[in-house]
Design a protein around this ligand. Structure first.
Ligand code: C2O
Ligand code: CU
Length: 406
C-alpha cells in the first residue's frame, strides 16, 4: 500500500524482475498521459531487467489502486496490484481508517494458482472468476470492533471478474466516496455496497450494536449464492465512548471541473459480442472480419464495431479538449461490463434511463447486461486514453479502445 497526501509528488521506481514486460497503471488518478502506464500508448513496455520511474503529483484525495497494464489478466490475476491512498488535508474524524482489498483467486486443489489464464470460456462469458475470496490477500477474518466506534472502510475490488456486494447486517453504513471521489453521504441502494472490478467505495461503519454481539457481512451480489463474507465481532468490554458519533460530514470535493450539460457534445459507445450475443463480425487488425474468423483469435467483443488487438489503436472517439461531453454507453450483450476510462473522472448521470442519485463521480461504471448508462465529463487531460472493460478476460477478447482528447 502506498499512502501520500493530496497534492504531494509521488516518485515510484519500477524494477521489472518478471520474465515478461510490464508497466504500472495508476487506476483512477488524473495524472499526465506520460505517467499512465499503458504500453505502446504512454510508454514503452518495461522489459525484464529494466526500470521506469513514475513521477507525478496526485491531484485528488481518495482511494485508488495500481496494477500492471501488460498481460493484465495474468499479471493482476497472479496478485500484482496495490492500494494507493491519497489522504485529505483534513481527513474526517474516525477511530480507524481501514483498507480492504477484495479479490478472488482461481486455485487448484493443491492451493496453487490455476494457470488457465485466457480460457476461451472465460473470455466469452463472465470472465475469470475464482473459487477463493480474499481480503487483503488472506481468507477474511472477523472484524473486531468496539461499541460506538466509527470506522472508515476503503473497499477496493481488484478481482479479474468478480462483483462484490456487501451487506452489513444490523448496521447502517454510509457511502462517502466512490472511485476515490467524494459523494453526498448516503445509504447504499438496497443496503448493498456494490463493487465491480476496478471500483472503490469509502464507507463509514458506525458500530452501534451491543458489546459481545456478532453480526454478519454477507456477500449478496450473486443472489442465489449469498455467502458469508465475514463477521463483525463486538468486544464484550466497555464501549469505545458513551454515546454514538454525531452526523457524518461530507468529504471536501476534489478539484474536478463540472461538465456543462446543456452545451455538451454527445457520443455513443456500443458494446457488442460475447457468448449468446449477436455479433456478426467486427473490424479487427484494420479490416472487417466475420465472427468465425474473430473466434479463431478469441476476439469476440467489440466497441463501436471494433475488436481490439492491442492497446495502441486509432481513436474510437475524439473529445474536443476543454469541452464537456456526454457519452451514452449502450450494452448490447447479456453480460455486465465495468467500463473504465483512463485519465479522467466522469459523472454518472443515468442508468437504464433512470437518473442516478447524487450523480457520483467515477472512473469505472457498471453497465448492466442489455443496459445503458450515460456519463458526462470535461475532457481536460490531453492525450490518447484507454477506455475498456475491467473484466480482464474481456480486454483479452477485444473490449478495449482509445479515446483521444485533443
Ligand atoms: Cu485499472 Cu486500464 O485499468
Ligand atoms: Cu466486460
Amino acid at each position: 500500500m502506498l499512502r501520500v497526501k493530496q497534492g504531494e509528488r509521488l516518485q515510484v521506481l519500477l524494477e521489472n524482475d518478471l520474465d515478461q514486460p510490464t508497466t504500472v497503471h495508476w487506476h483512477g488518478l488524473r495524472i499526465p498521459h506520460a505517467m499512465d502506464g499503458v504500453p505502446e500508448v504512454t510508454q514503452a513496455p518495461v522489459q525484464p531487467g529494466e526500470t521506469f520511474l513514475y513521477d507525478f503529483t496526485v491531484p485528488d484525495a481518495g482511494t485508488y489502486w495500481y496494477h500492471p497494464h501488460v498481460n493484465s489478466s495474468e499479471q493482476i490475476g497472479r496478485g500484482l496490484h496495490g492500494a494507493l491512498i491519497v489522504e485529505e488535508h483534513s481527513p474526517p474524524d474516525v477511530d480507524r481508517d481501514l483498507v480492504w482489498v477484495l479479490d478472488d483467486w482461481r486455485l487448484k486443489r493443491d492451493g496453487t494458482i490455476s494457470d488457465d489464464f485466457n480460457r476461451g470460456m472465460d473470455i466469452s462469458h463472465g470472465g475469470r472468476t475464482g473459487n477463493f475470496v480474499t481480503l487483503n490477500g488472506r481468507a477474511p477474518e472477523p472484524l473486531q470492533v468496539r461499541k460506538n466506534e466509527r470506522i472508515r472502510l476503503r473497499l477496493i475490488n481488484v478481482a479479474n471478474a468478480r462483483l462484490f456486494g456487501l451487506n452489513f447486517e444490523n448496521h447502517d453504513v454510509q457511502v462517502i466516496a466512490l472511485d476515490g471521489q467524494p459523494v453526498t453521504p448516503h445509504a447504499p441502494q438496497n443496503g448493498m455496497v456494490l463493487l465491480a472490478p476496478g471500483q472503490r467505495a469509502d464507507i463509514i461503519l458506525d458500530c452501534t450494536a451491543e458489546p459481545g454481539s456478532s453480526h454478519r457481512i454477507i456477500d449478496a451480489v450473486y443472489q442465489d449464492e449469498a455467502t458469508l463474507f465475514q463477521n463483525i465481532v463486538y468486544d464484550a468490554g466497555a464501549p469505545k465512548r458513551k454515546t454514538p458519533r454525531g452526523p457524518i460530514m461530507p468529504l471536501a470535493p476534489n478539484p474536478l471541473v463540472e461538465p456543462s450539460l446543456h452545451d455538451a457534445e454527445h457520443h455513443t459507445i456500443t458494446i457488442s459480442g460475447g457468448a449468446m450475443g449477436s455479433l456478426q463480425g467486427a473490424v479487427y487488425k484494420g479490416k472487417y472480419r466475420p465472427i468465425d474468423e474473430l473466434v479463431q483469435d478469441m476476439r469476440i467483443w467489440a466497441l463501436n464495431g471494433v475488436a481490439a488487438h492491442t492497446t495502441n489503436m486509432a481513436p474510437m472517439l475524439t473529445f474536443a479538449k476543454g469541452k464537456s461531453h456526454i457519452v451514452t454507453i449502450q450494452n448490447d450483450t447479456v453480460f455486465p461490463h465495468p467500463m473504465h476510462l483512463h485519465g479522467h473522472s466522469f459523472r454518472i448521470l443515468s442508468q437504464d434511463a433512470k437518473p442516478v442519485p447524487h450523480t457520483p463521480w467515477a472512473d469505472t461504471v457498471l453497465v448492466a447486461g442489455r443496459g445503458v448508462v450515460q456519463i458526462a465529463l470535461v475532457a481536460d487531460n490531453p492525450g490518447d486514453w484507454l477506455f475498456h472493460c475491467h473484466v480482464l478476460s474481456h480486454v483479452q477478447g477485444g473490449m478495449s479502445s482509445v479515446i483521444r482528447v485533443a
